[in-house]
Design a protein around this ligand. Structure first.
Ligand SMILES: Cc1ncc(COP(=O)(O)O)c(C=O)c1O
Length: 474
């Protein structure tokens, strides 16, 4: 099916030029390569449409678009709020925000996690939870896990494992130790009695889609409890049915003192994160609500989106189970067909990682996938792994299409594109070795003028769906 897209925005070259001039030259380079010179225009369901009329399946977006793009109930809720009270006075109570807090409490671990602090980014939630733990205990030490990713703001960064993001900023928040995900390493972390909290992702998403062993999680949480330290479950990526459960830590009976949500919580429409905590951990904020505030905490537009998102996620949960099965089966098939190139596939629910053996192959595959019509995410802490994050709204056919694209791309490694890809850029001038060495920003080029945008991309056309906003699919 062919379709044309009319965009009323600036052309792609202008957009990329502005990114290069005013945001980041490195990002301009990467965006240009990923889009083969095009930029994102609009999206609908599991698909996005690019400025040159191509469409792509969005199985990436760093786990934000769990409900796809433009979920109608989320849009309806946000539009309603937009017309009434889009920002709060912050000196009066807001019904939408209070209602969402009550819904989130009922959703997560009713009766136990009864308090909510709202932020916009995942790292906001991490900061708030770490501050609460320190205030509530009067202690300073935090135990985190090797491979962890908890964000890049200064406090959260101290709990993030990857030295690449940390080393030039040290000393960071003091007292954070990282231990291996091994039950044997747990007692040593509590040798000193001043641990305020442990912070842990049940599945490390940015760390390469690694599920932490249940024996380790049990040992860590038991030791925390025995030593009077709080357990913070960072489910910013795994929660809200991304991994099948509302919160993996709650479902596993770990009884966390706080569950952190983010990413998909705003329904793929608004930025939103949350700390859902026990009365005890939340105590310092109950005593003094000004001990941790931000201007947009509890933003009504985001809260409206969050309420609609919780309902939508639950309605679609059975669909997630089916799609998870398709992903598991398809990825295993692909791993089998491309042994050597693909060294492992792992994941659960709608969070899947594909690990590549040859150095640099993951970046090459990620770029080629986006040129062929499948957007996936890299792993910020594990450059040899790409993440596939299908939305709950994907059809069976869209999942099969994504798996076929991955299969075909793996079959094309390395001959078809690797050499051409190494030297191109968004404007054909910057070599690959000028790229930042970030997992998110590596990969070969395939920009305009490389000739790479021909047959591989032509077979992916717009979905034909009616897309609201500044561009229309005809
Ligand atoms: C588990 C986890 N925690 C925290 C964060 C930080 O979230 P944000 O980038 O929204 O600040 C992320 C982001 O990837 C994450 O995956």
């Amino acid at each position: 099916m062919s379709a044309a897209v009319e965009s009323t925005g600036p052309d792609a070259r202008t957009v990329l030029g502005r990114v290069r001039a005013h945001l980041s030259p490195g990002l301009a380079l990467v965006y240009g390569m990923n889009g083969a010179g095009a930029v994102e225009s609009c999206g609908d369901g599991a698909r996005i449409v690019l400025s040159d009329g191509r469409s792509a399946l969005d199985f990436g977006s760093y786990a934000v678009t769990l409900l796809g793009r433009g979920h109608p109930e989320v849009l309806r809720a946000v539009r309603g709020e937009l017309e009434s009270m889009p920002v709060s006075t912050r000196v009066l109570a807001n019904g939408t925000t209070a209602g969402f807090a009550a819904e989130l409490v009922a959703y997560t671990d009713p009766g136990r996690l009864t308090r909510v602090w709202l932020g916009l980014n995942g790292s906001d939630a991490v900061e708030a939870a770490l501050k609460l733990a320190r205030l509530a205990t009067g202690r300073t030490r935090v135990v985190a896990v090797e491979g962890a990713y908890h964000g890049k703001s200064l406090g959260a960064l101290a709990a993030t494992w990857n030295r690449r993001y940390r080393q030039s900023l040290e000393p960071l928040l003091g007292g954070v130790v990282h231990i291996p995900a091994d039950p044997g390493a747990v007692p040593g972390a509590f040798a000193e009695e001043d641990v305020a909290a442990v912070i842990v992702e049940p599945v490390q998403g940015e760390g390469g889609v690694r599920a932490l062993p249940s024996a380790f999680l049990a040992a860590l949480t038991a030791a925390a409890r025995a030593h009077g330290a709080y357990v913070i479950a960072d489910e910013i990526q795994t929660g809200l049915r991304r991994c099948g459960e509302r919160a993996l830590s709650v479902a596993a009976g770990l009884r966390p003192d706080a569950v952190l949500f983010g990413k998909a919580l705003g329904g793929g429409v608004q930025p939103l994160s949350a700390v859902v905590a026990t009365e005890e951990l939340y105590g310092p904020l109950a005593t003094d609500p000004f001990v941790h505030t931000t201007t947009f905490s509890g933003h009504p537009l985001a809260a409206a989106a969050g309420s609609a998102a919780l309902r939508a996620v639950e309605e679609l949960a059975p669909r997630g189970e089916r799609l998870s099965g398709l992903m598991a089966e398809g990825l295993r098939r692909i791993a089998h067909r491309h042994t050597g190139l693909v060294t492992e596939v792992r994941g659960q629910g709608l969070l899947w990682g594909v690990e590549f053996g040859p150095h640099g192959a993951a970046g090459d595959v990620l770029l080629e996938l986006s040129r062929r019509g499948l957007v996936v995410s890299p792993c910020l802490g594990q450059p040899e792994v790409i993440r596939l994050l299908p939305p709950l709204v994907a059809t069976d056919e869209e999942v099969e299409e994504a798996l076929d694209l991955l299969d075909a791309t793996c079959a094309a490694v390395p001959d078809e594109f690797r050499s051409a890809a190494r030297n191109a850029s968004d404007d054909g001038s910057a070599p690959r070795d000028r790229l930042p060495e970030d997992g998110a920003l590596t990969g070969p080029a395939g920009g305009p003028g490389t000739g790479a945008e021909g047959p591989a991309t032509a077979r992916h056309t717009a979905s034909g769906a009616s897309v609201p906003g500044p561009c229309r699919v005809r």
